[in-house]
Design a protein. Structure first.
Length: 413
C-alpha cells in the first residue's frame, strides 16, 4: 500500500495582507499529480487544512476541488484529521456525504472516543491497513479541570491524558485486526508538538496543549505502529530520530522564516510483516520569498542580484546598518522600482533594539531634558559620532524655532 502523508496546508493564509490562494491551488494541482504518478492508495492529511475555523468560499472551493481531483487520480482512501487551526465541526459537517466516497474526516477526540479507526481494504476486498486517526487534542479532551492544581500537576494530567488516548486508539485498531489473516500494518496519526521538535521564528506554529505545558515524547505513540503521521510543526523532520515517526512540514512557506526551507510530502509503503519504507518527495517552490538584510549598500547589492529573476519576488527587508537613513522606506522603494521585487515588509533593527532597551531602563523620563533624551536615542541607535554632531545641531535649531514660535504660557509637551 502506498500512503502519501501531508499536513499544515493552511488554506486561506495571508502574508503581510497578501492572499496565498494562487500558491495553494498550484500546490494542490501538483499534489494530485503526485498521487497519480506514485499510485497512491491512501492520502493522510494530518491537520491544519485551513488557516482558521471559518474558511473563505475560495478556500473551501480549493479543498473540495482537490478531493475530487485526488479521487480521480486513483486515490482509494482519504483520511483527514483536524488541527488546532481547524474547526472540528466545520470539517466534520459533510462527513456523511464524503464517507461513501472513502473520504473520512476526524475532527475531535476524547476519553472513550480516541478519534476514528478505519480498516482499509484492497480493491479485491481483503484487509490492507488500519488507520488510528487521532486529531488535535484540546485541553478539555484530555483532562478534567481541577481548581487549585499546580502547573506540574496539570502537565502530568496532560501527559497521561495524551498517552491514554493513544493507548485507546491502539486497542481499537487491534480489535479490527483480521482473525484469519496475517496482521495488517497500523498507521497512527496526531497533531501536536513532539519533544525536540524544530521550529522556525515566524512560522506561526502555536505551541499549545500537548505542547503548551508539556511537549510529548515519542514514547506516547504505540511502538508497534508501522508509521506515525504527525502534523503541527512546519519543518520536515523525524521525531527522536525515528524514521517512521514524521512531520512532513508545511508544503508552502507560511512566512519569510521558512523561505529557504525545502518543503516535502512523504510517501510510505507498507505491507503485512514488512517494515514500512519511508521517503520524501520535494515540493516545488510556487512563490519566491526572500529576506534581504544588511546596511543600505548590502540591501542594494542583493536587490541588484534579484533584478533579472524571471519570477516575481516577495521580500522583507531588514535594515541593520549603523547609519541613520533619512527615509528608509523611500530608499528601499527606489531600489526595487522597475524590478520584479515587491517589498512586503521593512524592519529597522535599530528601532527594535531601542524599544527593547527602553524596557531595561529604570530612569524616569521626567528626570531628563529634551536634549538628553535625543542624545540617548542616538546612542541606542548606534549612530556614528560624526552623524550625531550634525543631528544634534539640527535638533537644537528645531528647538529654537519651536521656542520662538510658542505662544506665551504654551507647553511643549
Amino acid at each position: 500500500m502506498n500512503v502519501l502523508h501531508t499536513a499544515d496546508w493552511h488554506l486561506g493564509m495571508t502574508l503581510c495582507g497578501r492572499r496565498r490562494d494562487k500558491e495553494a491551488k498550484e500546490f494542490l494541482d501538483w499534489l494530485a499529480g503526485v498521487i497519480e504518478r506514485e499510485s497512491v492508495d491512501l492520502l493522510l492529511v494530518t491537520g491544519d487544512i485551513f488557516d482558521n475555523g471559518s474558511p473563505s468560499a475560495t478556500s473551501q472551493s480549493l479543498y473540495y476541488r482537490f478531493l475530487t481531483a485526488a479521487a480521480a487520480a486513483g486515490c482509494r482512501h482519504i483520511i483527514i484529521t483536524a488541527g488546532n487551526h481547524d474547526s472540528p465541526a466545520f470539517l466534520e459537517a459533510p462527513r456523511e456525504i464524503l464517507e461513501p466516497l472513502n473520504i473520512h474526516i476526524v475532527g475531535k477526540a476524547g476519553a472513550g472516543h480516541p478519534g476514528g479507526t478505519f480498516l482499509l481494504d484492497r480493491p479485491d476486498g481483503k484487509p490492507e491497513c488500519i488507520v488510528a486517526a487521532v486529531p488535535y487534542l484540546r485541553d478539555r479532551d484530555i483532562r478534567h479541570s481541577t481548581p487549585g492544581i499546580s502547573i506540574d500537576e496539570k502537565a502530568l494530567q496532560i501527559r497521561k491524558g495524551v498517552q491514554s488516548i493513544y493507548q485507546e486508539a491502539w486497542e481499537a485498531a487491534c480489535i479490527m485486526q483480521p482473525e484469519d489473516r496475517p496482521r495488517v500494518p497500523v498507521i497512527v496519526t496526531g497533531h501536536l508538538f513532539a519533544a525536540g521538535g524544530k521550529t522556525i521564528e515566524g512560522d506561526g506554529v502555536r505551541d499549545q496543549v500537548a505542547g503548551f505545558i508539556e511537549r510529548v515524547g515519542a514514547d506516547v505513540f504505540p511502538a508497534e505502529a508501522a508509521y506515525v503521521a504527525l502534523g503541527h510543526l512546519h519543518v520536515p523532520q523525524k521525531v527522536a530520530g525515528i524514521d517512521t515517526i514524521r512531520y512532513p512540514g508545511s508544503p508552502i512557506p507560511v512566512g519569510f522564516g521558512e523561505a529557504e526551507q525545502q518543503k516535502e510530502v512523504i510517501i510510505v509503503t507498507t505491507a503485512p510483516g514488512i517494515p514500512a519504507v519511508v521517503r520524501s518527495v520535494p515540493v516545488p517552490r510556487f512563490r519566491h520569498l526572500t529576506t534581504i538584510r544588511g546596511d543600505l549598500p548590502a540591501i542594494s547589492d542583493r536587490i541588484n542580484e534579484l533584478r533579472d529573476t524571471s519570477d516575481p519576488v516577495w521580500a522583507e527587508v531588514i535594515y541593520d546598518g549603523a547609519a541613520l537613513p533619512g527615509d528608509l522606506m523611500g530608499e528601499v522603494a527606489g531600489m526595487v522600482e522597475g524590478t520584479p521585487i515587491e517589498v512586503l515588509r521593512v524592519k529597522d533593527m535599530r528601532l527594535v533594539s531601542a524599544a527593547l532597551s527602553a524596557y531595561q531602563s529604570c530612569e524616569e523620563l521626567a528626570e531628563l531634558t529634551e536634549t538628553e533624551v535625543f542624545r540617548r536615542r542616538m546612542e541606542t541607535a548606534e549612530i556614528p559620532p560624526e552623524q550625531q554632531d550634525r543631528l544634534m545641531t539640527a535638533f537644537r535649531e528645531v528647538r529654537r524655532d519651536m521656542d520662538s514660535n510658542e505662544p506665551d504660557g504654551g507647553d511643549l509637551a
